[in-house]
Design a protein around this ligand. Structure first.
Ligand SMILES: Cc1cc2nc3c(=O)[nH]c(=O)nc-3n(C[C@H](O)[C@H](O)[C@H](O)COP(=O)(O)O)c2cc1C
Length: 243
């Protein structure tokens, strides 16, 4: 079925049946014909994305864990179910791929990483890169290598780096985003670098800097937005390419 778009570049755009039934044949649906939602997309949109947050340090009042909480809160406001695994739970034994089975302490991390639709990872900058504790937690994601969605495949990952100065903030953020890429994840367009030398978090853990709060909330929302797109895309996959 085709409709005419009334613009100087008038052309015929195919309308997928579900989209027309939903009255979506004009407007944004016409502007992005390849992305036109169908009934399957709308059914997929009813699924509540599950977003997992991993991050922090062993330090009480950890700024990276506080930043993670702000991003996850925004994800929850955007309609996601969220879970935060912070510094206290990330003190895991060194990951050893040769040891069969998971240590008890890592079971929650792997169970939640396996079922999540997206993640937020927050690391401190230690000597210019992510901390050993966060890297060790990420190493456990190797356990997902044989899953139908291996590693972080199909998941957006919001990245947050906190360091006591801008230089390590930048290098840590770049390192974290590179790790996410290597795990087949999709770093969100915005990553957040926080200079913890500037008092960003108040005694109650709240973010006192409006700009930082906005960035953290944006990352949380971007992860949910991408999760919804992925859920919809998998519910109504593209037809196989002609050979
Ligand atoms: C072992 C270690 C190494 C660090 N290396 C750096 C660094 O290279 N550059 C920097 O700006 N801050 C460095 N810091 C400071 C931390 O990045 C900073 O305090 C950060 O806010 C810690 O995260 P947290 O607030 O979540 O505990 C280091 C701290 C520690 C404990």
């Amino acid at each position: 079925m085709y409709i005419m778009i009334g613009s100087p570049l008038s052309t015929f755009i195919p309308v997928r049946p579900g989209a027309q039934a939903l009255g979506l044949e004009g407007g944004a649906a016409a502007a992005y014909p390849g992305a036109m939602p169908t009934q399957e997309h709308f059914m997929a949109a009813q699924i509540r994305p599950f977003i997992l947050g991993i991050g922090g340090t062993t330090r009480p009042g950890s700024s990276s864990e506080r930043a993670l909480a702000v991003a996850l809160e925004a994800a929850a406001v955007a309609g996601a179910e969220t879970s935060l695994i912070g510094g206290a739970e990330l003190q895991l034994p060194m990951y050893d791929p040769a040891v069969p089975g998971l240590p008890h302490a890592a079971e929650r991390l792997i169970a939640e990483a396996r079922r999540c639709h997206g993640l937020v990872i927050a690391s401190p900058g230690y000597h210019g890169t992510i901390s050993g504790m966060i890297k060790n937690a990420i190493d456990y994601i190797e356990e997902l290598r044989a899953d139908p969605a291996p590693y972080l495949d199909g998941r957006a990952v919001g990245c947050i780096a906190c360091a006591y100065g801008w230089q390590a903030t930048g290098t840590t953020l770049v390192a974290l985003r590179s790790i996410v890429h290597s795990l087949r994840g999709w770093p969100t367009p915005l990553g957040v670098g926080i200079n913890s030398a500037l008092s960003v978090f108040g005694p109650d853990g709240g973010c006192m800097d409006e700009g930082v709060r906005f960035q953290l909330q944006t990352v949380g929302r971007q992860v949910v937005e991408f999760a919804r797109m992925q859920i919809a895309a998998r519910a109504a996959p593209l037809p196989a390419a002609a050979s």
